[in-house]
Ligand binder design. Sequence first.
Ligand code: FES
Length: 151
Amino acid sequence: MHRRSFLSWGAAGMAALWSAIGVSLAAVVRFLTPSVFYEPPQSFTIGNPGDFPLGPPTFLPEEKIFVFRDKEKGFAVTSAICTHLGCTVQYFSSDRRFHCPCHGSVFASDGAVQSGPAPRPLEWLEVTLARDGQLRVDKDHVVSASYRLMA
Ligand code: FES
């Protein structure tokens, strides 16, 4: 083997070695970096009680919730996430029911499934009064459909 040929094979080998080390180090760094999902907070304020009208529920698209306000019964909050595959349901005042646009599930105004394929009722979420007087919703606390906050 000639000296020039030996040097070029040596340089190619070193390049391959450093390339392999670089790829391995990148894999180790990726393995050691935690895979974290940054979710929006599950407990949040949505405004003052007076911000919500009586009558049909108010839809908050960012939070994907409906806020019900009833003069005698108080406040109730339901998730707008369909229990089938997670589409956002819509409320129709004409029949006072929730309809899922994806696969046609229909929920009564209390969240009960009236027609599938949704397997479970809509979730009702805890709503409380925060210190500053705003309504606070906690998506981690599912409550019964009869839960109400008088405010
Ligand atoms: S996601 Fe609502 S019916 Fe399928």
